[in-house]
Design a protein around this ligand. Structure first.
Ligand code: SAM
Length: 342
């Protein structure tokens, strides 16, 4: 009897190899605004083609592929509507997954990943090999790109902020400074949970694109001082709490150390530094959680020549910057390492 699993490994491998096509199906749905169109009412392929300015036949096949991968559903009158995942790809959804799709699958990122093997061979930054420019300088040149990126980063923050408020008494701190805080999603959530506190949102100009409007919409603008600057030069002084969320993983060790030293210089003895990052396992296994972290580690390598780190690697960085790791909060999706001046 033929072994039904004979080709199992080949099929699994083929699924991994072909994953890029599924990514692009989702990217096309986001870029064409298909989920926004069908959010208002179920539409036929012809109606969606007319509204999106697409050729009808290829669009119909794209819609069917989106049904097959669970983004859309189709009814008995051939009208398409969103599934739960499709709803997440609509403009204005609080989790901003449309920005995630557009940002992650933008051409410069896509081309950067295509340079992975060359970058591993030469220890070069794949993004720079592919685009002849750097990630941050591209955002600085293009305010639209910067806004999409900031919204994308913010989308990843909502769940974290909820988890932080479960693990830590946010009311115990009077001032929060978010270093590299982007549009201010974390700061807004923290200030909403703690009506007495004030905040400083610190970032480079491109990171602050969209911040004022966002903080105003969140009704915390009057309690936030927005400060533009360079965290390699100086960060705002505080007696309270400095956030550094998903910043250090953008930088190789030497740069990450400099950022930590600048943070240490800004802290009074009673201040605390909250570093929020995915923690790589000390021993990598084949769990989905490890896979997600290791893929993100490679993403940092591709974009910046940077990396995710283990808890002990962060401890070493802290020690070198005059900081001591005090405790690790089990927040999600990222962990929070709390450091105090040594
Ligand atoms: C990966 S994003 C994280 C944003 C935010 N902390 C969050 O968790 O959503 C990194 C942030 O660092 C900021 N950044 C990069 N270089 C910077 C610099 N030299 N000075 C200040 N901010 C910088 C970027 O603009 C961006 O907002």
């Amino acid at each position: 009897m033929p072994d039904p699993d004979r080709f199992g490994a080949a099929d699994r491998l083929d699924g991994l190899i072909g994953g890029f096509r599924v990514s692009q199906l989702v990217g096309a749905a986001a870029n064409l605004g298909i989920c926004d169109l069908v959010a208002r009412e179920p539409l036929t392929a012809r109606e969606i083609a007319a509204a999106s300015g697409c050729a009808q036949e290829p669009l119909r096949r794209l819609l069917l592929a989106l049904v097959a991968i669970g983004i859309l559903s189709i009814d008995s009158q051939d009208r398409f509507t969103n599934t739960e995942m499709g709803e997440l790809l609509c403009d204005g959804h609080p989790l901003a997954m449309k920005s995630v799709a557009i940002s992650r699958l933008s051409e410069p990122n896509w081309l950067a990943w295509a340079e992975l093997a060359r970058a591993v061979r030469s220890d070069a930054v794949a993004y720079e090999l592919a685009n002849s420019s750097g990630f941050w300088s591209d955002l600085a040149r293009d305010p639209g790109l910067a806004r999409t990126f900031n919204s994308f980063m913010g989308s990843r923050t909502v769940r974290y902020a909820e988890s932080l408020s479960e693990c830590f008494d946010l009311g115990s701190v009077a001032e929060y400074v978010d270093v590299g805080g982007g549009q201010g999603t974390l700061l807004a959530r923290v200030l909403q949970a703690n009506p007495e506190a004030v905040g400083v949102l610190f970032d480079q100009p491109s990171g602050l694109q969209g911040a004022t409007a966002y903080l105003e919409a969140q009704r915390v603008l009057e309690r936030v001082r927005i400060e533009s600057g360079d965290f390699f030069t100086q960060v705002p002084r505080t007696d309270g709490c400095l956030f550094l969320r998903r910043v250090l993983h953008d930088w190789p060790d030497e740069d990450a150390s400099t950022i930590l030293v600048r943070c240490r210089e800004a802290m009074s003895d009673g201040a605390r530094l909250f570093v929020t990052e995915l923690l790589l396992p000390e021993q990598v296994t084949g769990t989905p959680d490890d896979a997600a972290k290791c893929v993100m580690d490679m993403h940092m390598f591709v974009l910046f020549g940077a990396k995710e780190r283990t808890e002990s690697e962060y401890r070493t960085l802290f020690d070198g910057a005059g900081l001591t790791l005090e405790r690790v909060l089990p927040t999600s999706p990222e962990s929070t390492l709390i450091a105090r001046p040594a």
